[in-house]
Design a protein around this ligand. Structure first.
Ligand SMILES: [Zn+2]
Length: 223
């Protein structure tokens, strides 16, 4: 059994002290957001199936990590899965047979859409409503932009607009009647009351072939 000589022990202690001092200093220099980022781990879904019922046992644990309202996450999940369900305590009961992989997938999509900052990739965001537009505010980098809800269901055409969609559009031209127009995906979007050069949020009110008519909601506030 080797014993340290007093000298060796002193040496070790002093190098430990140096090490801890260094570590403390390194920690102080780390921006706080980096620590928040490290802690962001979405819990693995704990799924139980009972016949045609699927239970997510740790649903609220997941929404707490996401820092989002359980009902908001649930509504997204149910719409994506096309199944009814509800929150019971900290669990969610879905009235359909859904695989854990599918649920994980949908929660990832929710996270990418409603939690992760599209500018800096961090999860330190808050979701606010501005008028009828959902806006993601990033506490890490200060980005402030409308939530870009992607259509992810395989059954839905990803490149289609529908009535009621709220989009952000750059007005790059003015139509014959004096209405501002812009391009969104394949569509020509007509937004009355806008001027060339503006970026606006607009709600789609009518779609005719590849022309979409929209009413302006707010001036875009993205930087
Ligand atoms: Zn950010």
């Amino acid at each position: 059994m080797p014993f340290d000589s007093p000298d060796q022990r002193r040496l070790r202690m002093s190098s430990d002290e140096d090490y801890f001092a260094l570590l403390d200093r390194a920690k102080e220099q780390l921006p706080e957001v980096a620590e928040n980022h490290d802690r962001f781990v979405i819990p693995e879904v704990d799924v139980m199936q009972e016949g045609k019922i699927t239970v997510i046992r740790n649903f609220i644990d997941i929404t707490e990590v996401l820092r989002r309202d359980g009902q908001h996450v649930l509504q997204f999940l149910l719409r994506e899965l096309g199944a009814p369900g509800n929150i019971e305590g900290r669990r969610v009961v879905i009235k359909a047979k859904v695989s854990p992989g599918m649920i994980t997938d949908k929660i990832q999509t929710y996270t990418d859409t409603f939690v992760i900052c599209s500018e800096c990739g961090r999860p330190d965001t808050k979701m606010n409503k501005e008028g009828r537009t959902l806006v993601l505010e990033c506490e890490a980098c200060g980005a402030h932009r409308p939530v870009n809800v992607k259509k992810t269901s395989r059954s839905e055409n990803v490149n289609s607009l529908k009535e009621g969609d709220i989009i952000e559009v750059f007005i790059n031209d003015v139509g014959k009647k004096g209405d501002g127009t812009g391009k969104f995906m394949d569509y020509l979007v007509v937004v009355p009351g806008t001027v060339k050069g503006a970026t606006v949020h607009a709600k789609i009110t009518k779609i005719s072939a590849k022309t979409a008519f929209a009413s302006r909601t707010t001036e875009a506030t993205t930087r």
